[in-house]
Design a protein around this ligand. Structure first.
Ligand code: IMP
Ligand code: MG
Length: 183
């Protein structure tokens, strides 16, 4: 059996750094939502947002509610076509609620823009984005994540939710794959 850690060329964001970044974001969320009467709803994006959501919620010291959404982008070859489909919607009524969407990464911004539009249609009171990784140089649509763990250059990353062909999501850190893993 192969060891997935041997397939990583370089660690970009260590587990310790992820935990630290999550603690800092949680502290700001506690502050920003301190006057919120109804519990804020953290919407975890499947599948990539799962590890970051799990880390982040541990450090939030107020009541929150968790829900899930799954939006898939159709791929024409290796490039995203920008067409999105809602595979799984949130289950709770978000009308009048303050929502934080928790994402693994904001790249072109198309996925998060689609999710934000969808949640606004459902009558949320407010909606913000928490992203573990932000790639602002790759942005094609105008969206902004209010809470960001780390800024990344236009490098392809794996781990802590981020996948390559559905693999590597279980790495406890974010890394860069060895070139031979792409062939
Ligand atoms: P966007 O719609 O272009 O912002 O892309 C969002 C989705 O693309 C993320 O949720 C990821 O699934 C995927 N993605 C973008 N960049 C990376 C990366 O560096 N590694 C793994 N997945 C990525
Ligand atoms: Mg993804």
């Amino acid at each position: 059996m192969s060891n997935i850690h041997d397939e990583i060329k370089e660690i970009f964001f260590s587990h310790e750094e992820i935990v630290e970044a999550s603690k800092k974001i949680a502290e700001i969320i506690d502050q920003d939502y301190k006057d919120c009467e109804k519990d804020p709803v953290l919407v975890c994006t499947l599948k990539g947002g799962l590890p970051f959501s799990a880390e982040l919620i541990k450090h939030i010291n107020r009541h929150i509610i968790i829900d899930f959404i799954d939006v898939a982008s159709y791929h024409g070859g290796t490039e995203s076509t920008g067409k999105l489909i809602l595979r799984k919607d949130v289950t709770m009524d978000l009308h009048g609620r303050d929502v934080i969407v928790v994402e693994d990464i904001v790249d072109t911004g198309k996925t998060i823009k689609h999710i934000l539009g969808h949640l606004k249609e459902r009558g949320v009171r407010s909606v913000e984005v928490a992203a573990l990784v932000d790639k602002p140089e790759a942005r094609l649509v105008d969206v902004k994540a209010k809470y960001v763990g780390v800024i990344s250059p236009k490098e392809f990353l794996v781990g802590f939710g981020l996948d390559y062909a559905e693999r590597y999501r279980n790495l406890p850190y974010i890394g860069i794959l060895k070139e031979e893993m792409y062939s």
